[in-house]
Write a protein that binds this ligand. Structure first.
Ligand code: OFO
Length: 166
């Protein structure tokens, strides 16, 4: 049974995925302006991935014959960061928050005995494990490189190999 509680939880999540997509977009744009085209491409690609996550949720709700809405409030996203490290720290925290929200939804679907949704959400669990690990790995590298300009130059080229294709 596709309860209102589950439907509302999924709607909140799809709006969070949209927010994630816009967050990655604003970060990519900031990075583009400071001249790291490799890191910027990574973030632009990831913005599209987040949009696909939103899409998955929308299509699932439709399959269950539910309804959804997109909620765009007037919240403005940060568009400037003090450093790449600052940006990736914020991104890592964001991904950890999203993971908690997905965990909550899994728990909710189990409580509501909605095993279709429980099963559907397993993909998101796997995805969050990967995303947290990926962003943490990038953050670690950036912390290691520090202010070393040649290190950042090489990393900006290397990041291409971390692009995920979903
Ligand atoms: Fe949708 O996975 Fe990141 O936020």
């Amino acid at each position: 049974m596709f309860s209102d509680t589950i439907q509302l939880g999924l709607i909140k999540q799809l709006n969070r995925e949209l927010e994630s997509s816009l967050l990655y977009l604003s970060m990519a744009s900031w990075v583009e302006k400071i001249g790291f085209e490799g890191i910027c491409e990574f973030l632009y690609d990831h913005s599209n991935e987040e949009r696909n996550h939103m899409f998955k949720l929308i299509r699932y709700i439709n399959k269950r014959n539910g309804n959804f809405y997109i909620s765009i409030n007037n919240k403005s996203l940060e568009t400037s960061y003090s450093s790449l490290k600052d940006l990736f720290q914020k991104l890592f925290q964001h991904e950890k928050d999203i993971s908690e929200e997905i965990n909550f939804l899994v728990e909710l679907s189990s409580r509501e005995k909605d095993y279709f949704t429980y099963n559907f959400l397993q993909w998101f669990i796997e995805e969050q494990i990967e995303e947290e690990a990926l962003i943490k790995m990038i953050l670690n590298k950036i912390e290691l490189i520090g202010e070393d300009k040649s290190g950042l130059y090489i990393f900006n080229k290397d990041i291409k190999k971390y692009h995920k294709k979903n």
